[in-house]
Design a protein around this ligand. Structure first.
Ligand SMILES: Nc1ncnc2c1ncn2[C@@H]1O[C@H](COP(=O)(O)OP(=O)(O)OP(=O)(O)O)[C@@H](O)[C@H]1O
Ligand SMILES: O=C(O)C1=C[C@@H](O)[C@@H](O)[C@H](O)C1
Ligand SMILES: [Mg+2]
Length: 244
C-alpha cells in the first residue's frame, strides 16, 4: 500500500498530543486485516492492528521499508531540531536539506540568496532534495519553501512519508527570533511576512500525509507526537470488524 494513495490510507492529525484519525475515504470495513491481526482476532476479537509488545519505533521502521520521513513546515516549526531527534529514535540517518545545500554550494543560505537570488536557490534545493531522497531511508528536514515546489512534492510522495510540523504564529515568531539567518524574514515587519507565508503555504503543507502540531512543548514531546501520528498512519488500528 502506498502512503500517497489517499484512497486507502487515513491521513492523521495529532492534536495536543492526542493522536486521532481524520476522515478515510474508504469505510473501515473495507480495510483488509493483516495476517497477524487476523490470526490474533481468532482468539481476541478486540485485538487491534498494533502489537503492544512491539516498540513503536520498530513498527514504524517496518512499515516504512525503504521510504524516508520528510518534515515540512514553516521556518521555526522544528524540522531540523525535531528531525534530528526523530532520526535518532528510529535509528535512521538524519539529513537537513538546508545544510546540504550550504555544503554543496560552500555558501550560507544568506549568501546564496544575496549572490544568486532566490530562484537559483530554489533550483538547487529541488536537485539536492531529489538526490537525498534517493539515498533513503532517512529523516529529512526540508527548507520551509521546498514543499511549495510541485516537482519536489511529487518526488516526496513517491519515496517518502511527509509530515507537516504545524505551529502557531506566536510560537514560530518566538523561535525564529533566536537567529537572523533567514533571508525571507529580513523585512521591516517579520511577523507580517510570516503571516503572509502562512496564508500561502498552509494549504500546500496540508497535502502532507501526516499533520502534527508543533506546540510550545519540549522537542521530545513533539518527537513522540510525530511517532504516534506516523504509527497510526502506517499501522492503522483495526476497528469495527465483527468477531468471527
Ligand atoms: N518543541 C520545541 N521546543 C523548544 N524549542 C523548539 C522546539 N522546536 C523548535 N524549537 C527551537 O526553535 C528554533 C527553530 O527550530 P528549528 O531550527 O528546528 O526549525 P526549522 O523548522 O528547522 O526552521 P529553520 O530551518 O528556519 O530554523 C530552534 O532554536 C529550536 O531549538
Ligand atoms: O521558508 C523558506 O522559504 C526558507 C526556509 C529556510 O529553511 C531556508 O530554506 C531558506 O531560508 C528559505
Ligand atoms: Mg531547519
Amino acid at each position: 500500500m502506498r502512503v500517497s494513495d489517499r484512497r486507502v490510507l487515513v491521513p492523521c492529525v495529532a492534536r495536543e498530543g492526542k493522536v486521532r484519525e481524520a476522515t478515510a475515504e474508504l469505510g473501515e470495513a473495507l480495510r483488509p486485516l493483516s495476517k497477524t491481526v487476523y490470526d490474533r482476532r481468532m482468539t481476541d476479537p478486540e485485538a487491534t492492528g498494533s502489537d503492544s509488545h512491539d516498540p513503536i519505533e520498530a513498527r514504524i521502521r517496518r512499515a516504512l521499508g525503504a521510504r524516508s520521513i520528510v518534515l515540512v513546515g514553516l521556518m521555526g516549526a522544528g524540522k531540523s531540531t525535531v528531525g534530528r531527534r526523530l532520526g535518532s529514535r528510529l535509528g535512521l540517518m538524519f539529513k537537513d536539506a538546508d545544510s546540504e545545500i550550504e555544503a554543496a554550494a560552500n555558501l550560507t543560505i544568506t549568501d546564496l540568496f544575496a549572490i544568486y537570488g532566490e530562484a537559483s536557490f530554489r533550483e538547487g534545493e529541488e536537485r539536492v532534495i531529489s538526490r537525498l531522497l534517493r539515498q533513503g531511508p532517512m529523516v529529512l528536514a526540508t527548507g520551509g519553501g521546498a514543499f511549495m515546489r510541485e516537482a519536489t512534492r511529487a518526488r516526496i510522495a513517491e519515496s517518502a512519508v511527509s509530515v507537516w510540523l504545524r505551529a502557531e504564529l506566536d510560537v514560530l515568531m518566538r523561535r525564529v527570533k533566536k537567529r537572523n539567518t533567514r533571508p525571507l524574514l529580513q523585512t521591516a515587519d517579520p511577523e507580517a511576512t510570516m503571516r503572509e507565508l502562512m496564508a500561502v503555504r498552509h494549504p500546500v503543507y496540508g497535502q502532507a500525509d501526516v499533520v502534527v502540531l508543533s506546540l510550545d512543548v519540549s522537542h521530545d514531546r513533539v518527537v513522540q507526537d510525530v511517532l504516534e501520528a506516523l504509527d497510526v498512519c502506517l499501522n492503522p488500528p483495526v476497528h469495527g470488524v465483527a468477531a468471527q
